[in-house]
Design a protein around this ligand. Structure first.
Ligand code: G6P
Length: 608
């Protein structure tokens, strides 16, 4: 949700800002802007539309000379996408320029306050208020001005700030929205996320809540909220710089789908050693897991779909009741959390605001929080008692694929670990499951080989107006994700239903030619699925089933079948999602959609 960057060093800032912004476009892409300080003035260029519009406008940055600057790619919150609402925003004196990720919640109140002081406003944004407020607080000391202004802001913010009179420094400060400082040799950077900086440095500092950094060419100083200097630990990121490139694929999404076998290997290998589960939990003890009497799984979007799969694993293997809640609801539902509750928080980015606040809510009520996160050192990872990282590498496509799969695999492992701690699974069965899980990367790579067949199926149905996904038990959880993948990137209306629920309403929408994707991987209820398939076919639906290889009954009943390799049934969720991701991808490709950056969406949702 908005990406910000900044650079100070010997290079021309504008081309570098544009290049780094490109890596953050997944955070928002309705408009963009950059500004630099040159010959004593702040020069701004901004434009509605994709970054390429700004690139053309500035001749790839050539029209803005200067070696210090900040930039922004926007996902509009306050004010429609337009040139004037794009960041950076300048104070009316031209002294202060600001790029912002987050929402200043008290902006109307501050606007009134500033209006009384004679400030006028060019845009409809909350960010412009922040720029003017900093200007108002400025009496020669930029750090003091930012600190004072920030103390008056409520809401969430990561800010990159330039002062015309201090052309050698960028000031960065954050609360609830992510911000990192990149440390180069004789040059330094800021960015919302790591991929922006991989080409330039892999040494970063993560700013904590209310920390303020002064970034100059020759060094970075960080201060806490009270103005005291802080010694930050430098984090070295081992992501390969190529990981944030397309590597010959047409889209990041396809690349990330095809990377899944490797990602599962990287995620599982360090956690299963000689028949033992190594989760390396530091604060959540086996005793805590034995004492826990309920689990909340809290997440947003696809991560919440992972929660439904996790519920299936945990309840099956441990008999502990699991409640899966959307983070945006959990925060406000007065959840009956007690010190015997374990809260599991799932997030790719580790920065989703609702998820972060849900985590804080659970902690405040005495629950221990275990998070499953992809981005090392992110806010959710930092604030949890324990974190298990999914080693999926940077995920750039807005629609998650490889991070989802890594999360599912980790959830299976967490369920096995809990079962081991609670003594609910015989050792022989545990060993069987661990052996099966170790074989998952190989099975995933076999599932990926169905690519051409799935592309063919997509070519038959990309013209559909509505597509329904049905499944029972854990297949319903996968149906939710398959349907979301399809609708978010192809814009085809789609819904996922528990198959037994279909006849309580939705079947009225089935008419001759409606495509129904029927998930039939859950063995115990396969016959019931066959009945559901017959019911929709009787009303003219075309059925595309998904089943393990060698399932003749499904083959006989459905119009087409997408197969996954036959495996330990607990691996089916991990395998079943692969054809559905590929199906969504190829449908969107055939429809000519902008697959990596679907309309209205952003990958990292750092506003409520
Ligand atoms: C956005 C993304 C989804 C993601 C969700 C939660 O909507 O497009 O792919 O599942 O946010 O994000 P998180 O980073 O917390 O997993």
């Amino acid at each position: 949700m908005c990406g910000i960057v900044g650079y100070v060093g010997p290079q021309a800032a504008a081309p570098l800002l544009l290049e780094t912004l490109q890596k953050l476009e997944y955070r928002g892409y309705d408009s963009s802007g950059i500004c630099v300080i040159h010959q004593g003035a702040i020069q701004v260029a901004k434009a509605r539309g994709r970054l390429r519009v700004l690139q053309e406008l500035t001749r790839n940055g050539q029209s803005l000379p200067g070696s210090i600057g900040i930039g922004h790619t926007r996902w509009a919150t306050h004010g429609e996408p337009s040139d004037v609402n794009s960041h950076p925003h300048l104070s009316q004196s031209g002294q202060v320029a600001v790029v912002h990720n987050g929402i200043v919640e008290n902006y109307l109140e501050l606007r009134d306050f500033l209006s009384e002081k004679g400030y006028t406003f060019a845009s409809e944004t909350d960010t412009e208020i922040a720029a003017q407020l900093i200007d108002h607080c400025y009496h020669g000391d930029p750090v003091q001005a930012v600190r004072e202004a920030v103390s008056l802001l409520t809401g969430s913010f990561a800010l990159g700030i330039l002062f015309r009179d201090h052309p050698d420094q960028i000031i960065a400060v954050r609360k609830d929205s992510p911000l990192i400082v990149g440390l180069g040799k004789g040059e330094n950077f800021i960015a919302s996320d790591i991929p922006a900086l991989l080409k330039h440095t892999r040494d970063i500092l993560r700013l904590d809540e209310y920390e303020l950094a002064v970034i100059r060419q020759d060094g970075v100083q960080v201060f806490d909220r009270y103005g005291d200097p802080v010694e930050k630990e430098v984090q070295h990121v081992d992501w390969d710089p190529g990981a944030a490139e397309k590597g010959g694929y047409a889209h990041f999404m396809l690349k990330e789908i095809m990377e899944q076998a490797e990602v599962l290997r990287d995620t599982l290998r360090p956690r299963i050693k000689d028949g033992a589960i190594c989760l390396d939990l530091k604060h959540i003890t086996p005793e805590d897991l034995r004492a826990c009497d309920r689990i909340y799984i809290v997440a947003c979007g696809s991560a919440s779909h992972v929660g439904h799969v996790a519920r299936y694993y945990i309840e099956k293997l441990t008999r502990v009741p699991v409640f899966v809640e959307l983070a945006s609801e959990f925060r406000y539902m007065d959840p009956p959390v007690t010190p015997h509750t374990l809260t599991i928080v799932i997030s790719q980015s580790g920065e989703t605001l609702d998820t972060l606040f849900a985590l804080r809510e659970a902690k405040a009520r005495g629950s221990k929080v275990l998070s499953i996160v992809n981005v090392v050192g992110s806010s959710i990872a930092n604030e949890s008692q324990d974190v298990i990282y999914t080693w999926a590498g940077p995920e750039i496509a807005v629609a998650t694929t490889k991070a989802y799969s890594a999360q599912v695999a980790i959830c299976y492992l967490v369920a096995l670990y809990m079962a081991q701690c609670r003594g609910t699974l015989p050792e022989t069965r545990l060993q069987e499951d661990l052996a099966a899980l170790s074989g998952l990367p190989e099975l995933a790579s076999r599932a990926l080989q169905a690519q051409d067949h799935i592309q063919y199926l997509a070519s038959l149905y990309f013209g559909c107006k509505d597509i329904f996904f049905i499944g029972r038990n854990v297949d319903w959880a996968i149906a939710l994700e398959g349907s979301l993948k399809l609708k978010e990137i192809s814009y085809i209306h789609s819904e996922a239903y528990a198959a037994g629920e279909l006849k309580h309403g939705t079947i009225s929408l089935v008419e001759p030619g409606t495509l129904v994707v029927a998930l039939c991987t859950y063995g115990p209820l396969q016959e019931k699925m066959i009945s559901n398939i017959r019911e929709v076919k009787a009303r003219g639906a075309i059925v595309l089933a998904l089943a393990p290889e060698g399932t003749p009954l499904v083959e006989e009943t459905a119009d087409h079948v997408m197969y996954i390799p036959r495996a330990n049934p607990l691996l089916n969720p991990s395998l079943a999602i692969i054809p559905l991701q590929l199906f969504a991808y190829y449908v969107a490709l055939l429809k000519g959609c902008d697959i990596d950056k679907p309309r209205n969406l952003a990958k990292s949702v750092t506003v409520e």
